[in-house]
Design a protein around this ligand. Structure first.
Ligand SMILES: [Cu+2]
Length: 469
């Protein structure tokens, strides 16, 4: 009985080898014209502890997960045999072609499909976990069908699409410095009567330096991220001049959260390239307010850099401090993964999915560490105007090694401040004003971590030093 089984198995192996020889004679490499029948034989097995397809015969003989190829118009005939007895199948999902299951060592199945489009595709085993365990290979279809414009070598399968951005190392690119100096803040208003204040905004689309060797097309107010810090007092009439540079690709506008009225000025200030609009508002409420572009898609204009803050001082002004700083958090959504070099492109789908590649303070990676660190001396009092442009992530704002003596929670300047706070939350489109005194010399790290999953990334992107001199 045992011998009979062995003989049967041997016959099966021989028959597989014969079919392999048949495949070899129909060598795919020789089939350059269309409309041919291309035959491939694959068996299954374990290679280096991984499940795999193994080529049988021809140019793919013995190759693990061999790359199969054909021309558009060809018919591909695949024979799958079980080399180790585990249940398997094989699918070419882009061609709606899936084999029967093979169960038991030596069992085999054959199926065929017509190559109706060109490109680079995947084949794999559908049995749960087998693809992940290694049973996946490539199928290259050369040429293109008249009714299908899928470009060759453009991965069309779901696996590639869902694998997310990858690090792209293009030659280093150099762009403009878009990092707003955190000390660029107008002098305190102090005790004066209300007056009319003119402020100027200019929408500037600019290729800026996102990281070392990496650039991005920023949309900015006045060429920096965040936009300029404005300072008025309650009761002032603010005359806003909104210009859009002639070479802009988009209309732009501004919505001040300090404005009482529909749209915060967005409708009046929607400005086409090369044009200028003017509107006025009266600052009725004291506070620290975010402003941002409000031209659709608003989230896109914000993530590209169009946000800033305006401080409306209460009557009599704010208590004096030794140093004031202006810091804002933003998100950048790129097609290429974090750490890529060269010029990166915007990824609107990632923006809609709320899946940023970069969290930045004042516009760029290392903007406040390497380039423009916050500096103060021991014994000085420090005030930070901190806001979140967003558009999606709340910040957990914290200075490692310091407690905030006072937090003007949600940037309310008419409520009593919280005292002795470690970390404060700031939502997108929101702000806070914090004050503390520096007692011990050293470098302090300013952290704005929106989510635990991003913590590691944030420690790289967002740690900001506060050296004391
Ligand atoms: Cu805009």
């Amino acid at each position: 009985m045992k011998n009979t089984f062995k003989l049967f198995s041997l016959l099966m192996v021989i028959s597989v080898l014969i079919s392999a020889c048949a495949s070899a004679s129909a060598n795919p490499a020789e089939k350059n014209s269309t409309g041919k029948i291309i035959e491939y034989a694959l068996t299954t097995g374990m290679t280096d502890g991984k499940m795999s397809f193994i080529g049988v015969g021809g140019g793919i003989d013995g190759v693990v997960n061999p790359t199969l190829s054909a021309n558009v118009g060809d018919t591909v005939k695949v024979t799958l045999s079980s080399g180790e007895g585990v249940e398997h199948d094989i699918t070419f999902p882009d061609f709606n072609a899936t084999s029967e299951h093979v169960v038991g060592k030596g069992s085999n199945t054959t199926f065929e499909f017509k190559v109706d489009k060109g490109g680079s595709f995947s084949y794999y085993c559908i049995i749960a976990g087998h693809r992940e365990a290694g049973m996946e290979g490539k199928f290259e279809a050369a040429g293109s069908a008249a009714n299908n414009a899928a470009p060759i070598a453009m991965p069309m399968n779901n696996n590639v699409a869902s694998s997310g951005p990858v690090v792209v190392k293009n030659p280093p690119a150099t762009g403009a410095d878009i990092v707003r100096d955190p000390t660029e803040i107008p002098a305190p208003i102090g005790d004066r009567e209300p007056q009319t204040v003119r402020i100027s905004l200019e929408a500037v689309e600019i290729e800026g330096q996102l990281a070392d060797g990496t650039t991005y097309n920023y949309w900015t107010f006045n060429g920096k991220v965040p936009g300029p810090f404005f300072r008025v007092r309650v009761g002032d009439t603010v005359e806003v001049h909104m210009k859009n540079l002639v070479n802009s690709t988009m209309a732009h506008s501004v919505d001040f959260h300090a404005v009482t009225g529909p749209g915060g000025g967005a409708v009046f200030s929607n400005t086409m390239p090369g044009e200028e609009t003017v509107f006025t508002f009266k600052a009725l409420i004291p506070g620290l307010f975010v402003y941002h572009c409000a031209t659709p898609m608003v989230a896109e204009h914000i993530s590209n850099g169009m946000y800033g803050m305006i401080l409306v001082e209460p009557e009599g002004g704010l208590p004096p401090v030794d140093r004031e700083f202006y810091v804002m958090q933003g998100e950048i959504y790129t097609t290429e993964a974090f750490g890529s070099t060269g010029h990166l492109t915007e990824n609107t789908q990632a923006l809609l999915n709320e899946n940023p590649e970069y969290f930045v303070l004042n516009g760029a990676v290392g903007g406040l560490t390497a380039q423009k660190p916050l500096k103060a001396k021991v014994g000085e009092t420090v005030r930070i105007f901190f806001g979140v442009g967003g558009p999606n992530f709340t910040s957990s704002f914290h200075v490692i090694g310091e407690m905030f003596d006072r937090v003007y929670d949600q940037a309310s300047l008419t409520s009593a401040p919280l005292t002795n706070v470690q970390t404060t939350m700031v939502p997108p489109g929101g702000a806070t004003m914090v004050e503390f005194k520096l007692e011990v010399p050293g470098r302090y790290i300013l952290v704005a971590a929106p989510r635990c999953a991003g913590l590691f990334r944030l420690l790289i992107h967002l740690t900001q030093n506060v050296p004391k001199v």
